[in-house]
Design a protein. Structure first.
Length: 65
C-alpha cells in the first residue's frame, strides 16, 4: 500500500497534487481550476469549507436567466 494519497483518495480534503486531482474537484464542484484554487486559498482544504464558500459565491452572482 502506498503512503501517497491524492486529492481524489482523501475525500475530506481538497488536495491538488496532480492534474487528475484538479479535474476531479473541478467536476465535483462544477468550477474552473481558477475558481477552485481561489476557494481553497480562502476557505482552506476541508471539503465542506470549500463547498460552502463556492455555494455562497454562487448565491451572490446575479442569475443570467
Amino acid at each position: 500500500m502506498s503512503t501517497k494519497e491524492s486529492g481524489i483518495t482523501r475525500r475530506n480534503q481538497v488536495i491538488l497534487k496532480t492534474q487528475d486531482d484538479v479535474i476531479f474537484w473541478c467536476a465535483r464542484f462544477a468550477v474552473t481550476p481558477l475558481e477552485l484554487r481561489r476557494a481553497i486559498s480562502q476557505a482552506g482544504v476541508e471539503v465542506d469549507d470549500v463547498q460552502r464558500l463556492i455555494l455562497e459565491h454562487r448565491k451572490q452572482r446575479p442569475s443570467s436567466v
